[in-house]
Design a protein around this ligand. Structure first.
Ligand SMILES: Cc1cc2nc3c(=O)[nH]c(=O)nc-3n(C[C@H](O)[C@H](O)[C@H](O)COP(=O)(O)OP(=O)(O)OC[C@H]3O[C@@H](n4cnc5c(N)ncnc54)[C@H](O)[C@@H]3O)c2cc1C
Length: 369
């Protein structure tokens, strides 16, 4: 039975989706936010930290300042069956509402699989040192992440030789206007970045990404690519391995949780999946935010007795790809495709770091208390 006074909401995962939802319901519900890390990592700015490590002081935002009424629990979900949650510590939770927001993994250093901000900082500094020592850089993946990384490297280290390789024939797969690809390719050429598109690599480099090591690989088309360091800019994988029972059954072949129009996970009552783990939309902060906002509003409605429920609709294509603080291009609803000045003004210069700092009640300019 749902508690009438202040129903309990457990949110698993404090990424973009989870922290937004937890914060949104903090005033009407008894919210518990669970994450194995001590801080939210604003990974939208990860590549900037690689070229300018002072940014490491801005991307780790401690969870303990997020909620006014609810609590943050540093722990990890290891089994979830319906609304029954088992944490790594052995603690068990069975809230009135459960929100799965455990996101996705992505190769280091864009995201980290070490649940400790200080250890992640140290590894990222090592990656920065390795990059500094490299003359030639290979970026595998010509999506937004790979383009952005290549642009950052060229903006901060113009003398380094940077190659982007991708199996696709063009940059930026996805539902975007061709004009966006054309603009980005033109800027990439202007920065002197070499594009090797349209042919798979025979094999990925054996060296670990983001470490200094001689690399020589060939494409199926016969091109030889050499570098001193490489970065893997593809490979989003939803983190759903802890689900059991009906929720495990609800996963699709790639591991995403199937949700209905209200983002209920696998049809289980009062269990929702939002953000990168859900199959509702593309894996972006924009959709994570939209899903968190919608589920929070629907749960709030149930708690406060409002009969209104809103169904989720995919968000329109929107993206901004900075190529360094002053370059890049984007596409937004109602604005179409735009170039460097607007991309830099909206995103490239600040990467929204201060916006996120404010959400976590941390003074702008630093995430260290
Ligand atoms: C380099 C890079 C740049 C990007 N830039 C952009 C951008 O500019 N714009 C954009 O829209 N998208 C961008 N993205 C995509 C964006 O980062 C993701 O879509 C976003 O992180 C999804 O948020 P999320 O909350 O669903 O998951 P995540 O951000 O992955 O957060 C999941 C959280 O769950 C926690 N967790 C994991 N397992 C467990 C568990 N078992 N129990 C409890 N907690 C757990 C993790 O510690 C983490 O805090 C970028 C991605 C990368 C890699």
């Amino acid at each position: 039975m749902i508690s009438e006074a202040r129903p309990s909401v457990v949110v698993l995962g404090g990424g973009y989706a989870g922290f937004t939802l937890a914060k949104s319901l903090d005033d009407v519900a008894d919210v518990t936010l669970v994450d194995p890390s001590d801080t939210f990592m604003h990974n939208v700015a990860s590549w900037r930290t690689l070229v300018e490590p002072e940014w490491l002081d801005r991307i780790f935002l401690p969870f303990d300042g997020l909620l006014r009424h609810g609590r943050f629990v540093r722990d990890q979900a290891v089994a979830v069956d319906g609304r029954r949650v088992t944490l790594a510590s052995g603690r068990r939770l069975e809230p009135d509402y459960l929100v799965l927001a455990t996101g996705s993994s992505y190769p280091f250093p864009a995201k980290s699989d070490v649940w400790d901000a200080e250890k992640t900082r140290a590894r990222m500094l090592d990656a920065h040192d390795a990059l500094r020592g490299a003359r030639r850089v290979l970026v595998v993946g010509a999506g937004p992440s790979g383009l952005e990384l290549a642009g950052e490297i060229k903006a901060f280290f113009p003398d380094k030789h940077v190659t982007i390789a991708d199996i696709g024939a063009d940059v930026m797969p996805g539902p975007f206007d061709q004009a966006l690809r054309d603009e980005l390719r033109a800027q990439v050429h202007g920065l002197g970045i070499e594009l090797k598109l349209g042919s798979p690599l025979k094999a990925l480099p054996e060296a670990a990404p983001a470490t200094l090591s001689p690399i020589s690989i060939t494409t199926e088309a016969g091109d030889e690519l050499t570098a001193d360091i490489w970065f893997r800019c593809f490979g989003v994988e939803p983190r759903t391995g802890y689900l059991t029972g009906a929720l495990a059954e609800a996963r699709d072949a790639r591991g995403y949780v199937r949700v209905d129009e209200y983002l209920r996970a696998g049809g289980v009552d009062r269990v929702y999946a939002i953000g990168d783990i859900a199959d509702a939309d593309r894996d972006t902060v924009g959709s994570a935010n939209a899903q968190a906002t919608l589920v929070a509003a629907n749960i709030r409605g149930e708690i406060t007795g409002s009969p209104e429920r809103t169904a989720y609709e995919k968000i329109p294509p929107m993206v901004i790809v900075p190529l360094g603080p002053e370059g890049g291009a984007g596409q937004l609803p109602g604005q179409g495709v735009f170039g460097a000045e607007q991309a830099s003004g909206i995103k490239g210069a600040t990467l929204f770091a201060d916006v996120y700092a404010e959400m976590f009640n941390v003074p702008a300019g630093s995430t260290r208390k």
